[in-house]
Design a protein around this ligand. Structure first.
Ligand code: MG
Length: 106
């Protein structure tokens, strides 16, 4: 199983091999495509399609997120950022950010 950094390099390899946009001016498009793929995942789920299809759409989301991330900040180490953000969220209160639901814990 690849780490986020390894997956990011594989996405770059795919982008170069297939001639997709590979410059910072493509960042907005990549982020938009991530949303589109997320919509495809939601549509797949809503329609009761095989879970394999829904998961594949979510992987498409990850592809575009990784692709955008390397163009936004080529030297950011996503494994390190993931660990730091995970620890930050783990240190937050139970069901943090759900105060709008009337959760007394927030
Ligand atoms: Mg797709």
């Amino acid at each position: 199983m690849p780490s986020l950094e390894e997956a990011k390099k594989k996405v770059e390899e795919l982008v170069v091999a297939k001639g997709f946009g590979n410059t910072p001016d493509e960042i907005a498009n990549k982020l938009l495509f991530a949303f589109i793929e997320l919509g495809e995942a939601g549509d797949s789920w809503k329609k009761g399609r095989p879970t394999e299809e829904t998961i594949e759409e979510l992987i498409d989301v990850i592809f575009y997120v990784l692709d955008a991330s390397r163009l936004i900040s080529p030297h950011a180490n996503l494994d390190d950022v993931f660990e730091k953000k995970w620890a930050k969220n783990m240190n937050r209160p139970h069901r943090y950010g759900e105060g709008f639901r009337g959760n007394p814990a927030t």
